[in-house]
Design a protein. Structure first.
Length: 222
């Protein structure tokens, strides 16, 4: 589904996005970022039996975790508001959402703020391990439909620097509290593709991109 400021690949099967693609927004110098709106709401473009609603999260002990971070989209009210559609949410454990996931979101914004970075693209999404039991949230009052809880999440970052070079970093983080360092969750982008069952940055071609997808680059080194 195409929004005004980001795009998601919504899964009717999982009742959440399989991936969400954004360009990290920058607030121009001299301008003020809009306040976080917190206007969580259902996405009525999705048929009722396939969408998550606010009631599904109520009492679930899970956060409505952003895939496209609210703080990445603060140049305008509409831009920030779009990030609170539930089609951009996934059930995250609170100490994960407010811990390592939040840390990674902030680290991406720090990368984007580097004066040598021209543009930063991010794809985020859930990962399900079908070798493990899958728990769900939801009241099951929609023809038995519930929202499955991911076992982990991925985030893949593609940054273009001021010389036109593309650098890539990817992370896989279990949906749980952790005290490990963010660097410990770096993986080759090809590993994310295998885990999540999608191709990342597939329209980019060439040996350099293929090699970039196989490597684990040091944090924000380019």
């Amino acid at each position: 589904m195409v929004n005004r400021y980001f795009t998601i690949g919504y899964s009717y099967y999982f009742r959440q996005a399989k991936w969400a693609l954004e360009i990290v927004g920058r607030v121009d110098e001299g301008e003020e970022a809009v306040e976080r709106l917190d206007n969580f709401r259902s996405d009525f473009r999705v048929p009722q039996i396939f969408r998550a609603d606010l009631a599904d999260y109520t009492g679930s002990k899970h956060d409505r975790g952003h895939l496209v971070a609210s703080a990445n989209q603060r140049e305008g009210v509409l831009q920030n508001s779009e990030t609170f559609l539930l089609s951009n949410m996934s059930p995250q454990k609170p100490k994960f959402n407010r811990g390592i996931w939040k840390e990674l979101e902030g680290a991406v914004r720090a990368l984007d703020a580097d004066p040598k970075i021209f543009e930063t693209y991010v794809i985020s999404g859930p990962i399900f391990d079908f070798g493990k039991a899958i728990k769900v949230i939801g009241s099951k009052d929609k023809n038995g439909v519930s929202v499955p809880i991911p076992h982990a999440y991925f985030k893949s970052i593609l940054a273009e620097n001021n010389k036109g070079a593309l650098n890539m970093w990817s992370f896989v983080l279990p949906n749980e509290e952790t005290h490990k360092k963010l660097e410990d969750f770096r993986v080759p982008t090809t590993k994310v593709e295998n885990y999540a069952g999608i191709l990342l940055w597939e329209r980019l071609r060439g040996r350099k991109i293929a090699n970039e997808k196989k490597r684990v680059r040091p944090m924000w080194k380019f």
